[in-house]
Structure formats: structure tokens, C-alpha cells
Design a binder for this molecule. Structure first.
Ligand code: HEM
Length: 489
């Protein structure tokens, strides 16, 4: 019986609340990594208010658990606030493992699998050129431009909607919904998630502020899911729909729309992809930061672009294989600054034993991506942003250096948008580097403004707004961008 309850090591918690107060609000992945070292274990155990948590800090254990035993570890924790009260149950990234999730994932995968992504290259390339153009026009608004371009590309591919150059109302829906998901991602932020019965409190009740908050949020989340979807559906009824993922899904499923939640599934599939793409916004901001902090990397990437692409045109997807340094910059970025440093927690569905340790059903199992990508043995000098580590001495991509794939999560829940994300990072990063120089800002007194690498969210490593100096890379670049913008890919 004793063996049954042998948990992996971990910090000793207080009675009843357990480790509730031990996990810091910010940068919890660093604390998890420190514990993993302190207890000399790749899997550690925490407990809070009776809930068991397991944090995995090595690729081998993550593979054993999330891939080897994927039938047990592919569920997701459900919270009252997110799933029931705020309309987040449509987000299939947070959906319980089962038939509904499987249906969502299958439909999403049909459109985002590797072989399908080339269908979106033109739209992504158009966006990348637009980004270069906007950066040259008003460089100080780079954060806004990144958000605009990423949002515009996903709206175009997903819903066939072309957004106005000035911020479109739809962009606001996306931004608000993502903000809400981020707030909701602050696990433990709402008492109702620990005491679900509180959801029955009347809205006016003094302790029911969470309910009023949910009432404010739900219509905003619903708008993100429904408005663009309904537009496509309406235009299909008028035979005016543009080709896009939503119209393809609707065409394939039209006759079954009122059966077995099909319409809800389509709204969930399209809206989750729409919201999921926001991670690319965080990654591109981290890219700007990396270029400011590591000017040598930027210079080498630009040398490669000059050598391979020249200054008469802009890079396109066909150049990808001839630009190994740029590919290494992207790998380096996803490793050095993982956007989801603890991926997204999974949940176990049955009792299990791992290496003699007990993992009870219902445990929350967190893959500590940050620890895996900053492991000294896999990546010596892990804090350095060194794309060279992914290259052979001859400058080609080195197949022996592990790809930072853990940045996209684990097992059956691994990010199904990752091929799209990679294509988008390649086109945006190569086009920005081809056209702009990114540096730290120097203020009016000649002082260098050091950027912050601080995080705004608990779940994502999204950066706080920072300033950068972005200038045209060579004379005539504006004209080149202008000409290339009318010609895609
Ligand atoms: C750099 C960009 C991106 C990063 C770092 C990223 C990362 C992740 C991570 C860590 C997960 C959770 C995996 C897990 O639970 O183990 C995830 C899930 C997901 N991502 Fe991404 N993602 C990115 C871009 C995208 C894009 C562009 C899309 C849509 C086009 C997308 C759509 C999704 C969806 C639908 C899920 C839910 C999968 C499921 O639960 O079955 N992601 N992503």
C-alpha cells in the first residue's frame, strides 16, 4: 500500500493548501526547473487543495508520458470560469479528451497539415510584405503592425475576409478574446474554479464578482467565434463566399449542420484557429527583441539574404531551403524564448505508475518546455541566442541537433497549427530582415534604451510593450517593397 502512494519528489507543502503558495505568479517555469534540479528528478510532484500536479522537465520523460501513454495523458483540465461561464468551451485546445475534441481536431488537421500549408503561402507572403511596408512607414508602431498583419492573414485564410488597413472591428474581437483567455489562463485566479458550487450564487451576491466578470466577457468571446463565421455562412447562402477554410468546411458539412452539434463544431474549429494564431504575434515580438539584443545574428542573417536572394526581390517560400541561417534563427528563437514555456497542461484520465511513482487519475501534468529547451546537455550555453548551434560547420542545418519541437507541446495535443506557424515565421522574419535594420533605441540624451524581456501573462511568454529603432536597410528598399507587394510569392 505504501508503494501505491509514492509520489515523485517535490517541495513539501502546508497542510490542506499544500503547495498553493509555493508556485509563483510569474515565471513559474523557472521555479519548476529549480525544483527539478534541487530534487534531482525529471518529474516532480506538487499538490494544492487536493489536486495533484506533476511537472516534467526532460524530453525523455515527456516522450514516455505524453507519447508512449497518450491514451492516458491527453485530457485537459476543465474550469468552471473558462469552460462554463465564459464560452471558452468552444476552444478545442482546452477541450476534454473525447469524441468532440477528436472531431474538432480532425477537421482542423485537414486544413493545417503539412501538405496543406502551401495553399496559404501566397496569403502569408502578402502579409509579410505588408508587415515590411508598415514597419518602414511607421516603425515605432511595430507591435501594432505585427498584430495587424498576423490577424489579417488568419482572417483571410480562415474566413476569406480582407481587413481594412486601419484596424478593423474584427481585430478588436480577436484581441479582446485573446486577452480574456490570457486572464482565464491564470490558473487559480478564480475561487469558483476551486469551489465549483459557487457558480450557483446569484449574480448580485457580494462574493459573485466572478459571475459579473464572466457576463461581461462571454459576449466578447462569442463575438470572436461567431461574427466572422456567420458572415461566411451568410455569403454562402447568397453564393458569394470567397474560397477559405470556413467555406470549405461549410461546403463539406452543409447537409449535416443541424446534426450532432456540427455547427458548433465548425464554429469551434475555425474560432480556435483564429485565436491560436495569436501566438505568432508573441513570437514575432520576441524576434524583434532578439534582433536588438544579438546584432551579430541579425548581420549574419542579412548577409545570407544578400547572398542568396539579393536586393532586387524579396524572399519567398521557395528560398527556404537555401536560407539555412534564417531557419536556424527561427529554431533559435523558439528555443531561446518559448512562447508557451509550460506548453498547456494536460490531465490524466486513469491511475498510472511511472518508474514506481503513483500518478492518480485526474492529475494535472505539465510539460516544462522551458527546462527542456534550456537544458545544458542538449543546448550548451542555453541562455545564448546562437543560431549556429543548429548548423554544421559548413553552414547547413545539423540533423543531430534536436529541433526545439517541444515549443509546440506534446503528444496527441501537439499544436496542429505548427506548420502554418513555421511558414508564417519564415516569411515574416525573412522579409523583415531583408528590408529593415532593428536596433535598440537611443533616447534624446544619447542613452541606449534597454528593452525589457518581461512577461505579461502567466501562461504565454508574451512580452510587455518595448521600444525599438527600425530603419530601412538600404536605399530604395521602400520601392522594392512597394513593387513586391503587388506580386505575391
Ligand atoms: C509560434 C507559434 C505557436 C506556438 C508556440 C504554439 C504552441 C502551442 C501549444 C504549446 C499548444 C498546446 C499543446 C499541448 O497541449 O501539449 C498549442 C495548441 C494548439 N495550437 Fe498552437 N502554437 C502556435 C501557433 C499556432 C497557430 C498559428 C495556430 C492556428 C493556425 C495554432 C492552433 C493551435 C490549436 C488549434 C491548438 C489546440 C490543439 C489541441 O488541443 O488538440 N497554433 N499550440
Amino acid at each position: 500500500l505504501k508503494k501505491r502512494h509514492r509520489f515523485p519528489p517535490g517541495p513539501k507543502g502546508l497542510p490542506i493548501i499544500g503547495n498553493l503558495l509555493d508556485v509563483p505568479e510569474d515565471y513559474h517555469w523557472l521555479t519548476y526547473t529549480a525544483w527539478s534540479r534541487q530534487f534531482d528528478s525529471d518529474i516532480i510532484h506538487l499538490e494544492a487543495l487536493g489536486q495533484h500536479y506533476f511537472v516534467i522537465s526532460s524530453v525523455d520523460v515527456a516522450k514516455d508520458i505524453f507519447e508512449g501513454r497518450s491514451q492516458l495523458y491527453s485530457d485537459k483540465p476543465q474550469t468552471v470560469m473558462l469552460h462554463e461561464l465564459t464560452g471558452g468551451e468552444r476552444n478545442f485546445a482546452m477541450m476534454a479528451y473525447g469524441d468532440s475534441w477528436r472531431r474538432h481536431r480532425r477537421l482542423f488537421h485537414q486544413h493545417f497539415r503539412l501538405q496543406n500549408v502551401p495553399a496559404y503561402h501566397d496569403q502569408i507572403a502578402k502579409g509579410a510584405r505588408n508587415l515590411a511596408q508598415l514597419l518602414l512607414q511607421s516603425p515605432d508602431k511595430f507591435g501594432r503592425h505585427i498584430r495587424h498583419v498576423v490577424g489579417a492573414v488568419i482572417l483571410d485564410t480562415m474566413y476569406g475576409i480582407e481587413v481594412a488597413p486601419d484596424d478593423d472591428e474584427r481585430m478588436e474581437h480577436l484581441e479582446r478574446a485573446v486577452h480574456i483567455f490570457m486572464e482565464l489562463g491564470q490558473a487559480g485566479g478564480f475561487l469558483v474554479d476551486f469551489i465549483p458550487a459557487l457558480k450557483y450564487l446569484p449574480t448580485w451576491f457580494p462574493g459573485a464578482a466572478f459571475k459579473r466578470q464572466a457576463m461581461e466577457w462571454k459576449p466578447q468571446v462569442d463575438a470572436m467565434y461567431e461574427i466572422s463565421y456567420n458572415e461566411v455562412k451568410d455569403s454562402m447562402q447568397r453564393d458569394q463566399a470567397k474560397p477559405c477554410i470556413t467555406s470549405a468546411l461549410l461546403t463539406a458539412c452543409w447537409d449535416d449542420l443541424d446534426q450532432s452539434n456540427m455547427e458548433e463544431t465548425l464554429i469551434g474549429v475555425t474560432g480556435t484557429g483564429y485565436a491560436g494564431s495569436d501566438t505568432s504575434v508573441f513570437a514575432l515580438n520576441a524576434f524583434v527583441l532578439a534582433m536588438m539584443l544579438f546584432p551579430d545574428v541579425q548581420r549574419k542573417a542579412q548577409e545570407e539574404l544578400d547572398r542568396v536572394v539579393g536586393r532586387e526581390r524579396l524572399p519567398n517560400t521557395d528560398d527556404r531551403d537555401s536560407l539555412p541561417y534564417i531557419s536556424a534563427v527561427i529554431k533559435g528563437l523558439l528555443r531561446w524564448h518559448p512562447i508557451t514555456p509550460t506548453a498547456a497542461p494536460h490531465k490524466s484520465i486513469a491511475d498510472d505508475y511511472y518508474n514506481g511513482y503513483f500518478i492518480p487519475a485526474g492529475s494535472i501534468v505539465i510539460g516544462n518546455t522551458w527546462a527542456m529547451l534550456h537544458n545544458e546537455e542538449r543546448y550548451p550555453d542555453p541562455e545564448a541566442f546562437k543560431p549556429e548551434r543548429f548548423l554544421t560547420p559548413e553552414g547547413t542545418l545539423d540533423p543531430h541537433v534536436p529541433d526545439p519541437a517541444e515549443g509546440f507541446g506534446f503528444g496527441r495535443r501537439i499544436c496542429p497549427g505548427r506548420h502554418f506557424a513555421q511558414a508564417s515565421l519564415f516569411l515574416n522574419i525573412s522579409n523583415v530582415l531583408a528590408t529593415c535594420t532593428i536596433e535598440k533605441l537611443v533616447d534624446e540624451f544619447g542613452n541606449v534604451v534597454e528593452p525589457t524581456r518581461e512577461c505579461t501573462s502567466r501562461f504565454f511568454w508574451a512580452l510587455k510593450p518595448f521600444e525599438a529603432k527600425i530603419t530601412p536597410r538600404f536605399e530604395g528598399v521602400e520601392n522594392l517593397v512597394q513593387t513586391m507587394s503587388t506580386y505575391t510569392n
